[in-house]
Design a protein around this ligand. Structure first.
Ligand SMILES: Cc1cc2nc3c(=O)[nH]c(=O)nc-3n(C[C@H](O)[C@H](O)[C@H](O)COP(=O)(O)O)c2cc1C
Ligand SMILES: [Mn+2]
Length: 485
């Protein structure tokens, strides 16, 4: 044990992360708000370590909760099997073109069905055990309950093609642990599967893993293209198939090394009040609403299981770093694949939860190029959900620097001319601007923060020292000036 190739589950992941000095343990925290608040304090620090909670009040030693799993470049790079010593820039470099390759190669890694696995160390039928046998956190003070599904992977199939989908959809404990609501936004693949099952069979089979190699959270929680199974995509990342067992009741796959998994059916009229929940926008999502709820038919768990927590909130939150890095890479790949020339970089800023604020740097080549980049980006399947602003900047602006992007907006955008809006676009129920009872549309803007194409030749020069001059003074006073360039 100890190298990237050896990671086969959350425990292997933890072992390597601990060896790298990337994990801190907290004992004696209460599941009621303390785990959530301690995690929140941790996210706000630069390059936060992962936090492993043990000896949780009311639960024995060994039942653990992990948060901030991928909150820095080193652990995200490790999770994506790209390296164990990457920094922000190195990770972005290493990730370039990979998402497209993983999607293209996914079909070469169909899941491998195995007879049994660690997840079957303990198996309970309905009524024999409940979700509150585990130290499920109440994450935020204003949450409507305890959420066992944050860093989860919810599995559904397309009833026609059998293609498996995994999505991270929040799951609130219901009925004292005998049920869980699953909050799937309209437009997500899981929602389409469930709708199709309802139409054909009147119910939809579902399994969910609640603790696993964080790679499964990356693939379930990121917009892997439709029709591509996230588990096969994970196989392409790993270079080997993911092993699954088949659920006893539904026959749906469950990762063989999952820490905790549940299984059951959704029915169109089986709903419970769900929420509010502190969401990635930085606000609590509305009030409570009736949400599809699964009565638990089976609970599977390893001895001393570890929940993978990933609670959102005002950014930076648990997975905002992961979301930004993955979104940026996927959107940049997708934008280049449209055939748009001159794409220099894309960054999905954490302040916008990795969705609402996208910066695109281009090398302007023709009249209309900048707007084309903006409109295309805002409607790419990888970017469309809940986008609010696409800011297009020239190649001399670093799209990852919020300061530089805002500076470009302040100096190259003429608000009356250069902001284009779109209406009735793909929003979300978690949008704090949405009015209750209204379908989750949003509006969005493309902000052209490029120098006007007609003035490229004579636009004022940027007032900063040239590279040569900077290098000259760095060489002269390295003790005083070195390190920051
Ligand atoms: C920790 C976490 C929690 C999430 N919670 C939800 C949720 O409650 N509902 C939802 O529709 N999407 C949620 N998402 C976003 C989806 O997981 C994401 O859009 C994913 O691409 C959905 O998979 P699908 O495209 O296969 O449907 C969450 C993502 C993460 C990482
Ligand atoms: Mn999907």
């Amino acid at each position: 044990m100890g190298s990237l190739d050896d990671i086969n589950d959350l425990r292997g992941w933890l072992e390597l992360a601990e060896k790298l000095g990337e994990v801190r343990t907290i004992t004696g925290a209460h599941w009621d708000k303390e785990i959530g608040a301690a995690s929140e304090v941790n996210y706000k620090r630069p390059s936060p370590p992962a936090l492993l909670f043990d000896d949780i009040v009311g639960y024995g030693t060994g039942q653990r909760v992990l948060t901030a799993s991928m909150a820095n470049a080193r652990r995200l790079g490790m999770t994506l099997r790209l390296g164990t010593d990457l920094d922000d820039r190195g990770l972005v470099e290493a990730l370039r073109t990979r998402p497209g390759e993983w999607a293209a190669n996914a079909s070469r890694y169909p899941v491998r069905v195995v007879e049994t696995g660690p997840v079957r160390e303990n198996v309970f039928a309905a009524g024999e055990a409940g979700l509150l046998d585990f130290p499920v956190p109440q994450w935020h003070e204003g949450d409507g309950g305890r959420y066992i599904g944050t860093g989860c992977a919810v599995f559904t199939t397309d009833p026609e093609t059998g293609v498996l989908n995994a999505g991270a959809y929040r799951m609130q404990v219901q009925n004292d642990g005998r049920a869980a609501s699953i909050n799937i936004e309209a437009g997500k693949h899981g929602a389409a599967h469930v709708r199709e099952w309802f139409k054909r069979e009147g119910r939809a089979p579902v399994t969910a893993s609640l603790g696993h190699d964080p790679l499964l959270l990356v693939v379930a929680g990121t917009e892997v293209p439709g029709g591509v199974s996230e588990l096969e995509y994970a196989g392409a990342v790993l270079g080997r198939p993911v092993e699954v067992i088949l659920g006893e009741v539904t026959g749906l796959p469950i990762p063989a090394t999952a820490e905790i998994a549940v299984e059951g059916w959704l029915y169109p009229d089986r709903k419970e009040q769900e929420g509010p929940f502190g969401e990635w926008t930085g606000y609590y999502s509305g009030g409570t609403e009736a949400v599809l709820t699964m009565d638990i038919e089976r609970i599977y768990h390893r001895d001393n299981p570890i929940q993978l927590g990933a609670p959102p909130g005002k950014p930076p939150h648990d997975y905002s770093y992961m979301r930004s890095v993955m979104k940026s890479a996927m959107i940049q790949d997708a934008l280049i694949r449209t055939g748009l020339p001159g794409v220099e970089g894309v960054w999905a800023h954490e302040a916008g939860g990795g969705r609402q604020l996208l910066a695109v740097a281009i090398n302007q080549q023709y009249a209309g190029h900048a707007r084309q980049a903006g409109y295309l980006t805002s409607q790419l399947p990888a970017a469309a959900y809940m986008n609010k602003f696409v800011v297009v900047v020239d190649a001399d602006v670093d799209p990852r620097s919020l300061n530089d992007v805002v500076w470009a907006m302040c100096t190259r955008t003429d608000p009356a001319e250069d902001i284009e809006t779109m209406r009735q676009t793909w929003g979300s129920r978690v949008d704090p601007l949405r009015e209750k009872g209204v379908p989750p549309f949003n509006t969005r803007a493309v902000i052209d923060a490029c120098r006007p194409y007609t003035r490229l030749a004579d636009f004022p020069k940027v007032a900063e020292a040239s590279r040569e001059l900077i290098d000259q003074v760095l060489r002269r006073w390295p003790d005083v000036l070195g390190g920051s360039w």
